[in-house]
Design a protein around this ligand. Structure first.
Ligand code: SAM
Ligand code: SF4
Ligand code: FES
Length: 348
C-alpha cells in the first residue's frame, strides 16, 4: 500500500469501528501529512454522534490556593509570585446565580487543592447551586472516596480530574509528592459513584512520547470517560518548567480528534489552553471534534490571579462579554448553543 492509502485506511477504520491499536494511534500521531483528513473524520463523527449543538459550562475559579506542587502549574504552592485568593461561599453562589442569568445550564467549580474548602463547605455550596437548577461539575483535585461520595450525595453531577499523563514515572516526576496510583484510584472511585467522569491529559510535557499519548487515548476508552479535555502544556515562567518547549496547538487538536474518533459520543471541550496558543483555537477545535466550551464566569481581578500559564485568554474580560463572544463564534460556524444540561447520551 502507498503511504496515503495506508494512513487513509487507518482513518477509515477509526471512523467506522472507533477502534485502533496503540501502533495505529502512534502512526496517526506521527504523521503530519494527512492531519486535515483526521480532523475532517473527527468532525463527521462529532456531527453524527453528538450533533451540532455546543454545550457551554460556566467556569468559576474559586480559589488559587493549592497544597500541591505540580512542576508545570502556576498555582503550585512554591510559586511565591502569585497573590493568593479564595472566594467566600456567598460570592461563589452569587457567581453561579449570575451564570444562570447568562443562560448557562452547568457551572464548573474549579480550584487548586485548597483544604479550607472542607467537605461541609463544599456540600453547602453544591446544595445551594443545585437549588438553582444548574448541573454542577467539580474540579478540586484528589479526595477520599468518602468525600467524593458526599459531593455526589449533595447533588454534584460531574467531576473533572485529568490523569495528565498515563506514564506513571513521568507523572510522579512532574507532580512531586503525588501518587499516580492514587490519581487512578480517584478516577475509578468517581466512576463507581456515578459521576459523569471527566479526565484528560497535557500534551507536550517534557519527557512525553507519542507512545505515551497513544496510551492516554486508550486509557480514556478503557475507563469509559464521559468527558475528555486535552490541552497543550504552556510553560509558565514562574515554575521549574519555565524553559521547556511546551506543547503545540496542532498536536493537541490531533490528540483531541483521535479521542473523538475512538470515543464518539462523549463530551469534548475546546479548551482555553488551545485558544491561548491560537486566536482561532476554540473554533478550530470545535471543527476538529469538540462539542463543549467552558467560558469563564469568574469576575474581577480573580481572573488574572488564576494564572496557570502565560497568555491565558479572557483575563481582562467580563462574564457578559465572554458569553456573547463565544455565542458569536459558535453561531459563526453554523453551530448552535445547546439549551440542555448537556449530559452524555451513550450511543456507541
Ligand atoms: N487542582 C485541580 C487539579 O489539578 O485537578 C484542578 C485545577 S488545575 C489548575 C486544572 C488543570 O490545569 C490541570 O489538570 C492541568 O492539566 C492544567 N494545567 C496546569 N498547568 C498548566 C500549564 N502550564 N499549561 C497547560 N495546562 C495546565
Ligand atoms: Fe494544584 Fe491542580 Fe495546579 Fe497541580 S495542577 S499545582 S493540583 S492547581
Ligand atoms: Fe472570553 Fe471571547 S470568550 S473574550
Amino acid at each position: 500500500m502507498t503511504e496515503r492509502s495506508n494512513i487513509q485506511a487507518l482513518i477509515d477504520k477509526a471512523e467506522t469501528t472507533h477502534d485502533l491499536t496503540k501502533d495505529e494511534l502512534v502512526t496517526l500521531l506521527q504523521d503530519r501529512q494527512y492531519e486535515a483528513e483526521v480532523f475532517a473524520a473527527a468532525d463527521r463523527v462529532r456531527q453524527k454522534y453528538v450533533g451540532d449543538e455546543v454545550h457551554l459550562r460556566g467556569l468559576i475559579e474559586f480559589s488559587n490556593r493549592c497544597k500541591q506542587n505540580c512542576l508545570y502549574c502556576g498555582l503550585r504552592r512554591d510559586n511565591s509570585k502569585v497573590s493568593r485568593y479564595r472566594l467566600d461561599v456567598d460570592t461563589i453562589i452569587d457567581f453561579a446565580v449570575k451564570a444562570k442569568s447568562y443562560g448557562y445550564r452547568t457551572v464548573v467549580l474549579q480550584s487548586g487543592e485548597d483544604e479550607w474548602f472542607d467537605v461541609d463547605k463544599m456540600v453547602d455550596i453544591i446544595k445551594k447551586i443545585k437549588e438553582l437548577g444548574l448541573a454542577i461539575t467539580i474540579s478540586v483535585g484528589e479526595k477520599s472516596r468518602e468525600v467524593y461520595q458526599a459531593y455526589r450525595d449533595a447533588g454534584a453531577d460531574r467531576y473533572l480530574l485529568r490523569i495528565e499523563t498515563t506514564d506513571k514515572e513521568l507523572y510522579e516526576k512532574l507532580d512531586p509528592g503525588m501518587s499516580w496510583d492514587n490519581r487512578m484510584r480517584c478516577l475509578y472511585d468517581l466512576k463507581e459513584l456515578g459521576f459523569e467522569l471527566g479526565s484528560g491529559c497535557l500534551v507536550g510535557i517534557p519527557g512525553q512520547t507519542v507512545e505515551s499519548l497513544a496510551d492516554d487515548i486508550l486509557f480514556f476508552k478503557e475507563i469509559d470517560a464521559d468527558m475528555i479535555g486535552v490541552g497543550p502544556f504552556i510553560p509558565n515562567p514562574d515554575t521549574p518548567l519555565a524553559d521547556e518547549a511546551g506543547g503545540t496547538f496542532e498536536l493537541s487538536t490531533k490528540v483531541m480528534a483521535l479521542i473523538r474518533l475512538l470515543l464518539p459520543d462523549i463530551n469534548i471541550p475546546a479548551t482555553t489552553a488551545m485558544e491561548s496558543l491560537n486566536p482561532q483555537g476554540r473554533v478550530l477545535a470545535l471543527q476538529r471534534g469538540a462539542n463543549v466550551v467552558m467560558p469563564n464566569v469568574t469576575e474581577g481581578e480573580y481572573r488574572q490571579l488564576y494564572l496557570l500559564y502565560p497568555g491565558k485568554i479572557c483575563i481582562n474580560d467580563t462574564p457578559a462579554h465572554c458569553r456573547s463572544c463565544i455565542t458569536g463564534k459558535i453561531t459563526g460556524i453554523g453551530r448552535k448553543v445547546s439549551e440542555t444540561h448537556g449530559y452524555r447520551v451513550k450511543r456507541a
